[in-house]
Design a protein around this ligand. Structure first.
Ligand SMILES: Cc1ncc(COP(=O)(O)O)c(C=O)c1O
Length: 419
């Protein structure tokens, strides 16, 4: 590659050889996040299972050039999408034909907010609908509301990290359309009182979305490995939609999530049909046009390869990692999990010390902790089981590096970014 005067890359006059390209990529990647050793806590949810990973590589390779824009041309992909909706639907207790496969959690949330807007306008006559979310709701809701020109009403959460339904009730207006609860939320790993929030929606004939991007493929098994799980899925009366990411605790590579609805009529509100151009009928179930096939096939392969027993085994490992990390944190003076989390997702605070400095001291020891306003963020996958002891040792040393006092309350860590 050659560079122009401003340092940006220009198209090479002659194409580079595969060896040259791979060499450059390998060199450039040496600066990327190294998650394989279990020292990163978001971005990659790895099962730590070589056979599973090898299978996903083979499946992705088979579908590298296929385009899910028109699933009717690819009956194999069409069936996989139907299977994903049916398998996901069964796990969270909705029908087999009430879901769409999307490219990720943000995308699923966008679809659910879009559906709510269309439902509010056309079924309820609310021209300018509002979406009511806890302040812990993922930024995807803020993004969807901004893009779709909808007002987001944010309700502060309590000290336990959960939204109080009475506060949600007080926030309702005659423009409210969609109430949101997370199972769990990203910052604290706490599960909102879904039953109470959904009951509020149900009583008033409103929609209720459960953001289970993290929990959709975890909580059904989390409960079965003996962890306490409050009601959160479609068995709760009043829950009308859900986002559930397969590329998180469904253990496939990036680009696969489900948006699920209580019934097909709601799902159809996000469908798009168009024939007012010379190119024939164009239809899509999500805003995407051309869609890469590997994430669909990978997600299907992941669920089929793990099966119920594989998910139970993965979840057992996550539960063990969760116990080991909690034990390590509890054994370390100067840190605590706050608020208490319900899941393997949590915030670790450093009362009286600057958590950004403790996080930096952990980074200096090779960890890559995500930093948020109130503390360090942990999200555990099966492959973290092997590093809990080391984490505890390094955490104690990192805390000892940072003196009490001088807490920088302004500093904010990054979670997403712009290239
Ligand atoms: C609770 C929750 N909702 C939504 C999302 C957004 O998912 P994605 O990054 O796949 O768009 C995340 C991502 O971590 C999440 O944790």
């Amino acid at each position: 590659m050659s560079s122009s005067d401003d340092g940006s890359t220009t198209l090479p006059a002659e194409g580079l050889s595969p060896e040259e390209i791979l060499g450059r990529i390998d060199e450039a990647r040496s600066g990327d996040l190294d998650w394989r050793g279990g020292r990163a806590f978001s971005l990659v949810y790895h099962p730590g299972d070589e056979a599973h990973e090898a299978l996903l590589h083979q499946v992705a390779d088979r579908y590298l050039h296929e385009n899910a824009l028109n699933p009717l041309r690819y009956p194999s992909l069409l069936q996989m999408e139907l299977d994903l909706g049916a398998m996901g639907g069964a796990l969270v207790h909705t029908g087999p034909d009430c879901a769409a496969v999307t490219a990720g959690g943000t995308y699923s949330i966008f679809c659910a907010v879009l559906t709510a807007r269309e439902w509010a306008r056309h079924a309820r006559g609310i021209a300018e609908p509002q979406v009511v979310t806890p302040t812990t709701a993922h930024p995807a809701f803020a993004k969807a509301c901004e893009y779709l020109d909808i007002e987001q009403v944010r309700v502060p959460v309590e000290g336990d990290g959960r939204v109080d339904p009475t506060r949600v009730e007080r926030a309702l207006t005659n423009r409210s359309a969609l109430l949101v609860a997370s199972a769990p939320n990203y910052p604290y790993g706490t599960i909102d009182p879904v039953a109470e929030v959904a009951a509020l929606a149900d009583d008033r004939g409103l929609l209720c979305h459960v953001d289970a991007c993290l929990g959709g493929f975890l909580l059904p098994f989390w409960e079965r490995v003996g962890e306490p799980v409050p009601p959160w899925d479609f068995r709760v009366e009043g829950v009308t939609s859900m986002s559930a990411d397969i590329h998180k605790y469904g253990y496939t590579f990036k680009g696969a999530s489900l948006v699920l609805y209580r019934d097909r009529d709601l799902l159809k509100r996000q469908y798009f049909w168009y024939d007012d151009w010379p190119g024939g009928l164009y239809a899509s179930s999500t805003p995407a046009g051309t869609r890469p096939a590997p994430p669909i096939a990978g997600a299907w392969a992941s669920l089929m390869h793990l099966g119920d027993s594989g998910f139970m085994a993965m979840t057992q490992q996550v539960a063990e990692a969760n116990r080991a990390f909690r034990a390590a944190i509890e054994a370390t003076d100067g840190v605590e999990i706050a608020p208490a989390s319900d899941t393997p997702v949590m915030q670790v605070t450093t009362p009286g010390r600057d958590h950004n400095a403790v996080g930096a001291a952990m980074d200096a020891r090779g960890w890559n902790l995500d930093l948020q306003q109130g503390g360090m963020h942990l999200m555990l996958s099966p492959y973290h089981l092997g590093v809990a002891d080391r984490f505890g040792e390094d955490l104690a040393a990192a805390v000892a590096d940072v003196p009490l006092g001088d807490v920088d309350t302004e500093a904010v860590g990054t979670y997403g970014g712009i290239a």
